[in-house]
Design a protein around this ligand. Structure first.
Ligand SMILES: Nc1ncnc2c1ncn2[C@@H]1O[C@H](COP(=O)(O)OP(=O)(O)OP(=O)(O)O)[C@@H](O)[C@H]1O
Ligand SMILES: [Mg+2]
Length: 311
């Protein structure tokens, strides 16, 4: 089983408004609500790909209930801890020209005792888990080392953790040596403390993380593909041209693909091709964190991976 951790899930609301005018009454033409948060996106994609997925983290209030119902409908096992706070909404407003403006709520504060109760659920789930993915921001109240703690617990039991986060949660998380991390160029620049201009800068970041003890590092670069580092060898992945409509969630889809590929014991090159195909297939959809299997399969055959060593 793949267990996905989402500490700060959200209902993703999409408002379609012809022309946004600040300070005026706005009529929303159309609205969509979906279960969101990066870890939920990972769960949805891994589940579409056909794997057994259990989602865990914190949910509260009627928003939490909405998410529970939606993930159950998708066949994802629900093992979230119920909290007193209310799960957040994140709002994306899309205007007639397709321009997107996002409002991200911070989400409820999590008490330390909630975290300790949740650790019991987590420990219990690990008895039946081969891979853990942990994604997204840490909610208020959680210690910055929370990802490090859950990585450590999984590692002690021989379970690989795939971590996709940013900011101090990423900096602290990598100290616990997760198996896999997938920073994008902004996130790797935070790790190295330098602006990323060239591939050489990216390789430096990958090398730094590998040497720190992260086995497998992929830096994703949107439509330009990705560069990975594993056991002293680097892999550059180039995807075919696709008709991209919305690439939000492509990183989450990439992470889902990588977790599924490892679960299926694909070799390193095919794992990268499969993950890249999931990222690209997500970009072909309006929905965030969603892929069609037929697109993943087709793109998989067309992703090129070039292997190289540092010169
Ligand atoms: N337009 C695109 N065409 C082809 N492949 C894409 C495209 N956009 C994304 N991908 C694939 O998905 C991977 C991850 O995308 P990206 O680098 O945008 O992740 P991200 O910034 O972490 O996204 P998010 O955090 O919104 O999920 C890329 O490395 C690439 O393989
Ligand atoms: Mg990302």
């Amino acid at each position: 089983m793949i267990t996905t951790v989402t500490f700060n899930p959200a209902i993703d609301k999409r408002y379609h408004i012809e022309d946004i005018k600040i300070g005026e009454v706005q009529r929303v033409v159309d609205v969509e609500n979906t279960a969101g948060g990066k870890g939920i996106n990972v769960s949805r994609v891994a589940s579409i790909l056909g794997e057994k997925v259990t989602g865990t983290g914190f949910l509260g209030g009627t928003n939490g209930q909405f998410i529970e119902e939606e993930i159950s409908r998708m066949g994802i096992e629900n093992r979230f801890l119920k909290i007193n706070g209310v799960t957040r909404c994140c709002l994306a407003i899309i205007d007639g020209a397709g321009k997107q403006t996002e409002f991200l709520e911070p989400g409820p504060e999590i008490r330390q005792e909630d975290f300790e109760s949740w650790l019991k659920i987590y420990n219990d789930l690990l008895s039946n888990t081969e891979i853990v993915t942990a994604s997204g921001s840490l909610p208020r109240g959680l210690n910055a080392n929370s990802y490090a703690r859950i990585i450590q617990i999984a590692k002690e039991r021989g379970i690989k953790v795939f971590l996709d986060t940013s900011g101090s949660a990423l900096l602290e998380g990598v100290n616990a040596k997760p198996y896999f991390v997938k920073p994008n160029t902004d996130e790797i620049s935070l790790i190295t403390g330098k602006v990323i201009n060239t591939e050489k800068d990216i390789l430096k970041g990958i090398k730094y993380l590998n040497e720190k003890g992260v086995d497998f590092v992929t830096v994703s670069m949107g439509k330009a593909g990705s560069i990975s580092g594993y056991k002293g060898i680097y892999y550059k992945a180039i995807s075919p041209y696709i008709n991209a409509v919305n690439s939000v969630g492509s990183g989450d889809s990439f992470t889902a693909g990588m977790a599924v590929a490892h679960y299926r014991r694909l070799d390193i090159i095919d794992s990268i091709r499969f993950a890249a195909a999931c990222g690209a297939a997500n970009a072909m959809e309006n929905r965030t964190g969603y892929v069609r299997i037929e697109n993943v399969e087709r793109i998989f055959n067309d992703v090129k991976v070039v292997e190289f060593r540092e010169s």
